[in-house]
Design a protein around this ligand. Structure first.
Ligand code: PRP
Length: 226
């Protein structure tokens, strides 16, 4: 909301850049990256329950979305740009430009299961995952026929409780697998967060979006070489 208590309206300021930010574990790193790129974001970013935060002095408005929904907001153009994990982009396959690897929230996607599980002995394996499209694509490329079971979280439960034979999930520290007695069976792909852009906004607001991408890229490059 703005100071007068109203929800900010894009129609009143068509030059505003709307940024879709992922709530949750990526959020803090993404906010820190923007601050390093000299965007003075208000403290309410961290401790508010607001889902829309306007920063008029930066010509920006932020929407705080579920990570899996960020590419949807950007594809439909209600957000011009966004921060989304590569995992989410591979899963959602939305029509957005992936402009920059932000190199934050590094983790990887893996297949995991119980230590005694023998993939070769299993002819019709069940795979539990939050990423049904990504998992289907992966096993199709491997030439393996599997049954995908979509879950919304706590994926590691599935093999322990007997719902699935294997899981496909994000591994960050590896703690969740370890503490639940699971082992990694295959490493699939590295994952980082990306700066994504709506194709129409990329043309109509090119100056502002290029400026934003350049400022962020300078920080990302600085992190690598500095
Ligand atoms: C993610 C992921 C793993 C865990 C991996 O879950 O699905 O469960 O983090 O992290 P680690 O390797 O550092 O242990 P998240 O915490 O997002 O919750 P969820 O299970 O509800 O999806």
């Amino acid at each position: 909301m703005t100071d007068n208590g109203k929800i900010p309206n894009i129609e009143t300021n068509p030059e505003l850049i709307t940024v879709a930010m992922p709530k949750g574990r990526i959020f803090e790193e993404a906010v820190s990256l923007l601050r390093q790129a000299n965007y003075s974001l208000p403290p309410e970013f961290e401790d508010s329950r607001k889902l829309i935060i306007e920063v008029p002095e930066a010509g920006m408005r932020f929407i705080l979305a579920k990570p899996m929904d960020v590419p949807t907001y950007v594809e439909y153009g209600v957000a011009d740009v966004g921060v989304a994990g590569k995992d989410v982009l591979l899963e959602e396959k939305r029509d957005v430009y992936e402009v920059l690897d932000l190199k934050i929230s590094e983790c990887y996607m893996a297949v995991a299961g119980l230590p005694e599980y023998d993939p070769k002995a299993d002819i019709a394996p069940k795979i539990a995952t939050k990423y049904p499209n990504l998992a289907s694509d992966y096993f199709r490329e491997q030439g393996e026929q599997v049954e995908i079971i979509k879950l919304n979280g706590s994926i590691e439960l599935a093999p322990i409780i007997g719902l699935a034979d294997r899981i496909v999930d994000i591994v960050s520290t590896g703690r969740t697998l370890k503490e639940n007695g699971l082992v990694e069976l295959e490493t699939m792909m590295p994952i980082t967060s990306r700066f994504i852009v709506n194709p129409v906004s990329y043309r109509t607001k090119s100056a502002a979006i290029d400026d934003m991408a350049e400022r962020i890229a300078a920080v990302v490059e600085g992190d690598i070489f500095g």
